[in-house]
Design a protein around this ligand. Sequence first.
Ligand code: HEM
Length: 403
Amino acid sequence: MDERTPVSEWATDFDHLTDEWRDHSIEILADLRERCPVASTDRFFGAYLVTRFDDVADVARRTEVFSSRITMINDSHPDKVKLEIPPITLDPPDHGPIRRALLPAFNPREVDLLEPFVVEMTNRLIDDIIDREFVDGAADYAQIVPVETMAHLFGVPSEMGPQFRRWVDGMLKEGVKDVEVARKANREVQAYFAEQLADRREHPADDLITMVLNAGAQEEDGMVRPFTERERIGALFVLLLGGVDTTWSFLGSSLMFLGSHPGHLQQLRDDPSLLPSAVEELLRYFAPVTIARVITEDSEISGCPVDAGKRLMLSFQSANRDDAHFDRPDEVIFDRQKNRHMAFGVGIHRCLGSNLARMEVQVALETWLARIPNFELTIDESEIEWSVGAVRGPAHVPLRIVK
Ligand code: HEM
């Protein structure tokens, strides 16, 4: 039962925390792109929702007007949102130095080195489910892959996986509606990373926590200054938040799609070399992340005035379905030729972990398809329970393995 006031008109009263949005956001966004590309609401102390490709790109690039200081829209007053997770919550000139320090850990060479671990881990997960008839593609597989990958990168035991999941859910799902839940998760994550950093001071290791411990912010003039402790904790926090729920939501959506589209599944079985472009197309189609900005001065977007102090939501999902940029945007075309989608964002905050995310999902699907080539969704796609919040993904993906 939805306890929020029902939306009267999506163009002027939107609410992305309602059950109606959860169940029908794709249709709502399609309608808004046509008739009101910059929607508004008096809820959330006043906010906007940007839906067209060009407008989303425009906002993401005008960092002087659209600040990343706040990246979430919930019922809290904007002044009360105090999550510092650099670089995602920083604007220029502070953003670049932190981002440049973290980038090397996620370059293609580092990601290649990680691939054998993901191959071994995904095969281990399949060993546990392959003899069953019914599996949950989300809970038994998609939700575990990025959690184990991040635990491995951080250099902490994989037993931390369930705790990581609870924290990320607390921050990005339950916490969007219940601020107390988010606060509690926030406190616990900060304390955890502070402890881990203290441990690496005594026992340095070849892992991401040690790398962040020793990282230096690289200023424009070439000077390097050590990260502050707050920056270290914030950076580890954003890697956990950014690296886990996004990837599991996307992998879960992909398995759900393949389980309910036998023609597409057959296409991948017939030609596994299609997988990289299929993953790109599924990224375009599902684009799980919706992010916010706060407006620092009165401005306009495609002629629509927007007021300083209010927040604004960027729907990458909606941008990716804009027919001004994509032919037949509501169809999944695995060999789509032109596919400059925005699932990883655009501009200075473009996803820092995109190489890692692509590798994880490609390996996870490759392993699954090699060992479970035939499977089907046991419920109708319309019955899938989607998560509400900054990241959209299926809570469960009930599948039957067809022997
Ligand atoms: C399918 C998986 C993923 C999707 C769809 C995704 C999506 C995004 C998007 C849309 C942004 C831009 C946010 C903005 O404009 O404010 C972003 C930023 C970011 N992502 Fe990802 N992401 C994924 C996986 C990952 C992974 C695996 C990591 C790291 C382990 C990661 C770390 C980050 C970080 C640190 C940023 C902030 C970059 C900055 O501010 O410069 N993401 N991501």
